[in-house]
Design a protein around this ligand. Sequence first.
Ligand code: LMR
Length: 394
Amino acid sequence: MLEMLKAQPADKILALMQAFRDDPRTDKIDLGVGVYKNAEGHTPVMRAVKAAERRLVETQDTKAYTGLLGDPAYSDAMREMILGDAVAADRVSCAATPGGTGAIRQALELIKMAAPEATVWLSAPTWPNHPSIIKYLGMKMAEYRYFDDATRDVDFAGMMADLDRIAEGDVVLLHGCCHNPTGANLTLEHWQVVSDHLNAKGAIPFIDIAYQGFGDGLDADAAGTRLMARNASQMLIAASCSKNFGIYRERTGLVMAIADNAAMKPVTQGTLAYLNRQNYSFPPDHGARVVTMILNDPELRADWMAELEEVRLGMLSLRKHLAEELRQRSNSDRFDFIADHRGMFSRLGATPEQVEKMRADDGIYMIGDSRINIAGLNARTIPVLAQAIIDAGV
Ligand code: LMR
């Protein structure tokens, strides 16, 4: 049997992580995988997470199974954080999942069960794991234009022209904020237009929100998702706590399915429970419990929000610094988009050859499509990157 297996293509983000580790140069710069790092290049455990974990160790008196959907208190706290009061709780089914990827996978499986013929529309470009999982599940997919290589902003006219081709019952996957890999985001006016368009077409929005709090703030980053939720009769959401709580390895995510009305909730929620049972039975609990404790405890919540805000503002200031450095070195404003983008990533618009040159000559690791992780930079490395970008002829 095993001799029948074929080597699978490497995930380009994870392959780059390995290549960076294997590079013996001591002054190498890692701008690859989307993991937050402070100025010392460290990914710290957030203060509120440590405090909640300490409390949990002291007070937890059982490790018996929770429910198939996870702890309802976790779902409630997350639903409130993401949706606010945009939708009545009795329309929203939730399941805890292993990370944001687990939430995406469960949402896709639900789509496959309910509408096996539906096409899932992805932004071009998008996070590579989106098409990879859809392909693995044997589902139909299509792309809509999203990024304008010339302006390094959203190609909204192109996006809407492509979304004109969606059929009734199709699913459109959107990034809730901090678009990965480009860093270019929809305005609220754009969200409204897309939402009205999907409603007119009878298509279903599916929002991947993995960086809430990394762009313009916790509420501002959810504004597009909330607008769409208010306007849609059905919607899917995949959320991740990896980044905003810094608990990457705890695999803490949530899938939400918003139905037309409360009467549809039992079957929708039951389907999410069934899917959890088929795939991994009970979802991981530790990260979810820590997140619940933080969100429900005013003191822990305030401290977490303060630290998240420090992280967000730190990334914004790195963006400004890099844009200024490039303005000086290029004698132009053509890199100002870096300061306008939001979240962890920006796509520089370099060719694969230029990306390779920066890696070979300067030990700078970015994804082949020239996505950089802003959080991988610091005051010392910004001038190095800026000069490398100029030297590579970007
Ligand atoms: C990324 O895009 O780098 C992150 O979402 C990490 C991952 O799993 O790819």
